[in-house]
Design a protein around this ligand. Sequence first.
Ligand code: ADP
Ligand code: MG
Length: 713
Amino acid sequence: MFLRELTVPTDHIKGAGPASVKALARAGINSVAALLCYYPRDWEDRSRPVLLADYSRYPAVCTVVRVTAHDWFGFGPMKTLKVHIEDESGKAVLVCFNRPFLEKQLTVGMQYRLWGRFYYKYGELQSSAFEFEPAEGAAKGFGRVLPVYPLTAGINQGLFRRLIHQALNQYANPLEDELPPAIIQRDGLLPKSEAIRSYHFPESMEHLDKARKTLIYEELFYLEVIIGRRALERRTITAAKTSTVPNAKLSLLQERLLERLPFNLTAGQSAAIGEINRDMAGPYPMARLLQGDVGSGKTLVAFLAALRAVEAPSLEDISSGEAEPAKEKLRGQAAIMAPTELLARQHAENAARLLEPLGIRPAFLTGNLKAAGRSHLLKALAAGDVDIVVGTHALFSRDVFYRNLTLVVVDEQHRFGVTQRQAIMAKGDLPDLLMMSATPIPRTLAFTIFGDMDVSVIPDLPPGRKTVRTHLAKESNEAKVYDFVRKELATGHQAYFVYPLIEADINRDLKDAQSMADRLGRQVFKGIRVALVHSKLDEEEKRRTMEAFRLGEIRVLVATSVVEVGVDVPNATCMVIEHAERFGLSALHQLRGRVGRGKTQSYCFLVFSEHDGGDALTDDGKTRLKVMLENSDGFIIAEEDLKLRGPGQIAGIEQSGYLSLGIADPIQNAGELARARSDAFAILEEDPGLLFPEHRRIAAVLERAPPFSQIAL
Ligand code: ADP
Ligand code: MG
């Protein structure tokens, strides 16, 4: 039995009552396997003594103490018990806030095993976070390393420990190993049963370390096996394909769209569409990630790809294909998915403007579409009367059917989870997939996560773009910023003002979008049309506002970070971000990318306060502002972001479900990752089918208990 095969429900665990089972279920833990994979966030080392005198050298004291006296301080109901203790090395005091009942449990003259975090205060060594048990009798919570679990409502630390301990005893003996024995031996790793047991309840910190190494390696190994298998499949596919010479040339409709544009494709855009065309002409589904900085023109590439999908196969395709010549092929459909309604609408409007004249039938689908319009649209989609549909996640609602969905484009893909991508992909029969992102992923990670995808990069921006001039301004100097913006407005340009809050929050001394829209409109920019947009407004109002801003009727748009992704209004030349210190680097970069989209010089003002919302400006806050001031390249900003956030917290990796690793961290464990990759690839090179006896275990894991269902694309 593999660990993940322990699908027994949690109520089979002895001592798991209905209340605990419910609480576990609320935390998403429905099986023994899930419970055993609910890993501790920390451990308390109670395996060896740490004397009171050594309190500052260890995270906690773990010793045997004698209670020497009780005394109280404070009055009436606020009275607090102090328990005086001593061990062989010194004296200390336990401060029992709100725990007067401890008077009875910690008796003067008796001895106790004690674990606690101590600090020096009022001339004595004190602890108010401690646990104890009588020194007489067998140790229960002592003499070992105890796990500390992330808590969830309805389950306390003690219950987690008991349930997991019990589950280990009932079910984890023995578990089948998942790693090949040769690797376990070579690296001195633990058998699976022991690893999982020791990760929860290690005998010592050394054991814990071995257990951790084992589990991390196992995770990374299977990650790479899965990626390796896909890479291998692709390689075979590519080899098989070379005879037909896939066609990278522009199609008829693509040519016609480009003729109508007032500009030429950049070299990066051309190369990307060439690669996409080649993929799409091939008999196997495309899986391509298109990376290009903010403003590099990814939307146009997506439209070109969509045209290719819609078109009936060109003559060249038919003549180079073998079996089925003149047979009439169904017109394809393309779905372009965007993370916000605002962005989806903008794409839909562009699609209508650019593609309708070519005889393409575009449509726009969001969750807010009214019943009548919606059912009409759904019918058209199912009948194949719509060629290109743009929308939000509504594109994969259960009641949406496509006649022949052949291309899925996911814009700002880091905003979507894998399940969402899978849901939209499932609407077609192996459609091509194009994922687009301006948020570059650090190389190591890209390698891991998109190891089986092809990548196109648009390295250049359209010609004539000027770097946005970025200025830092203290809040006390905001009047100067407003003056500057007023001059820009006077020349006919437009401006964004972005705030961290939608409405005022009495608990925080922060500017908010609502109040500022009012103030900017009435006082600062008198006589100029100012409007507000944020996520709580209804869609129709948002739509009208954005449309008026796009047309230049509204001159100043006050917003929250809803305008962060995708919004494209080239006449806007000023981006003012207030309380800029509160925004993350990737948000700042995206926001700044809203300006500098035309040929005119644009400006970004990062207005910060040194006492923001009552808190002092943090060092991280300062660093972020500095990074923004000194860099404009998204790739560099992403690297800086990674450094600042530290491993394991890369923008959206976990949340968006690219991959949810249990304990391995591809950045922190980069060395192990590289080794796991070469192990996995070596095995697959030699034995792609995993048929050798020594590889059967790997095949069995993949078949019976596959990890990472989430990375499937
Ligand atoms: P992003 O890559 O951030 O999604 P967009 O697709 O929104 O960028 O494009 C940004 C702006 O650049 C748009 O106004 C678009 O019309 C314009 N654009 C796209 N390609 C070119 C090009 N080759 N030359 C000039 N402008 C272009
Ligand atoms: Mg975009």
